[in-house]
Design a protein around this ligand. Structure first.
Ligand code: HEC
Length: 470
């Protein structure tokens, strides 16, 4: 009696939604046995994404996206064992997500899984990787610690160097001319609303729809070597997926429990002064590329920061339409093999280079360099200022919103260096021009945005004004 009533509930649901049929369709299909364990990374990404959504939603309850409270909120989260663990899960889960979405792309590439009906999952995986990286970049700002603000400044600076659209892009990213409270509001919005929505619409829905495609489409997808042994998706392959996902979950839970989730000092002016941001591991290849000549020049930087990665991503997305040969075995695809291995080797080599480059420079014994910077005597030509230029520079200083980060004689923000007597400490106009064009070349890791879009006379006027501050 009871049993039949429950059955009738299910009938009720099935009649109205078709949920049973849909679930059955999700679970049908077969998976090639060769390399089956490697084919579990997609499900791991899905489960990691669920973990991120749940932990993120809970963390959001205790967080206000404002420079006044953000850092304090994170300290409070760290003070409670439960929320500290959740923050750890969210942090390490993000790392695992980047890793596993990358692994999925690598596997699909070398296994030629992007062929035929694999094209849609392939493009979805690439979009997934890009969106996950964007989530990571925006999420990194939220704690509002020194690393967060300095890194965001560098990223905005890189965006600002893009030809033609750079200044607009930078403004769009910062939510105004400056990295400040508006930036935090904006990146929080990207992180919790826009990017997750894009993930759902651009990746989730197409993948779900392709899994739910009408019965009968199965035969068409049969691969050339259909004779290879296969397993049913449910339960055999799904069991493998669950084993791997559970292992990954245990790993990030252990990291969250036993290690300290990174948090640096609050991003205040004093703490940011002289702070050198280290590149995060997920941007290291790009970071290194930007440091290598000739790309370490603001005018050529977009080649490394936009053109090369953009070309790589475009080529990958177009791959299913370019590479139509039926051959799947790697040995018979020497071009794909060489291109794939070269790209991976280059990315690893660049990361190693970036790590090596970040060792504190041996040529700067402590004591010599700070002294040289700070105790410079007033220049001999103390009176030799072009007053017209100074006035023009002062106007520019205000128009460009430098005061949003800098303070002069008690006026302005404390986020950046106090410039009240900067002319005494840095009397060299060329230094200022070079610093304004590309702050990083003068002060490694500087979060200050670039002003490369200003005209030469404008830069000279700003420099004159800065030198006049004594
Ligand atoms: C988004 C915040 C921000 C904005 C906007 C900004 N700066 Fe900076 N600036 C910094 C930070 C942080 C530093 C410290 C790191 C460095 O020296 O690059 C700095 C450093 C400097 C220094 C070097 C100080 C030193 O220690 O030698 C000068 C000069 C300077 N800024 C001038 C300007 C001028 C002029 C503008 C406007 C055209 C400007 N800044 C806009 C954040 C900013």
């Amino acid at each position: 009696m009871k049993r039949s009533r429950r059955l009738s509930h299910i009938h009720w649901l099935e009649e109205r939604t078709g949920l049973l049929t849909l679930t059955a369709r999700l679970l049908e299909g077969r998976v090639e046995r060769r390399g089956a364990w490697l084919r579990t990374t997609g499900m791991t990404c899905f489960i990691l994404l669920l973990i991120m959504a749940v932990t993120g939603a809970i963390l959001g309850l205790f967080y206000t996206p404002s420079p006044d409270s953000a850092y304090k909120d994170i300290l409070a989260l760290e003070a409670n064992p439960m929320t500290r663990f959740l923050r750890g899960l969210h942090h390490w889960g993000a790392a695992a997500l980047i890793l596993f979405s990358l692994l999925t792309i690598v596997r699909m590439f070398f296994g030629a899984e992007y062929r035929r009906r694999g094209d849609l999952p392939w493009i979805a995986s690439i979009l997934f990787f890009i969106l996950v990286l964007k989530l990571q970049l925006t999420g990194h700002l939220l704690p509002w610690d020194t690393s967060a603000v300095a890194t965001a400044g560098i990223e905005a600076g890189i965006a600002g160097n893009v030809w033609v659209v750079g200044p607009y892009l930078q403004r769009f990213l910062l939510g105004g001319p400056l990295l400040n409270a508006d930036t935090l509001t904006r990146w929080y919005g990207f992180h919790v609303l826009l990017l997750p929505a894009a993930l759902l619409l651009l990746v989730g829905l197409p993948l779900l729809a392709s899994r739910l495609r009408p019965v009968g489409a199965q035969e068409e997808t049969a691969e050339p070597d259909a004779a290879a042994p296969t397993d049913p998706y449910y339960p055999t392959h799904m069991a493998r997926e669950m084993v791997v996902a559970a292992g990954v979950f245990l790993a990030i839970a252990a990291l969250a429990h036993f290690t300290r989730t990174p948090l640096e000092q609050e991003a205040t002016a004093e703490n940011l002064q002289g702070y050198v941001a280290r590149a995060e591991w997920y941007v290291m290849p790009l970071h290194a590329l930007i440091e290598i000549p000739p790309f370490n020049n603001a005018a050529l930087e977009p080649i490394a920061s936009v053109l090369l990665p953009g070309a790589l991503i475009t080529a990958l997305i177009l791959l299913p339409f370019l590479d139509r040969s039926p051959e799947r075995r790697l040995r018979r695809r020497p071009f794909a093999l060489i291109a794939g291995v070269l790209t991976l080797t280059a990315a690893i080599a660049l990361s190693v280079y970036s790590l090596w480059k970040e060792q504190p420079p041996a040529s700067a014994p402590s004591g010599s360099s700070p002294a040289g910077q700070q105790a410079a005597p007033p220049p001999a030509d103390a009176g030799g200022l072009n007053l017209e230029r100074v006035a023009q520079g002062k106007q520019l200083y205000e128009a460009q919103g430098c005061g949003g980060c800098h303070r002069i004689a008690g006026q302005g923000s404390q986020m950046g260096t106090d410039l009240t007597a900067i002319g005494r400490r840095r009397p060299d106009r060329e230094w200022h021009i070079a610093h304004l064009v590309d702050p990083k070349t003068k002060i490694p890791g500087s979060p200050m945005p670039t002003y490369a879009h200003l005209k030469r006379e404008e830069l000279e006027a700003l420099a004159e004004y800065l030198v006049s501050l004594r």
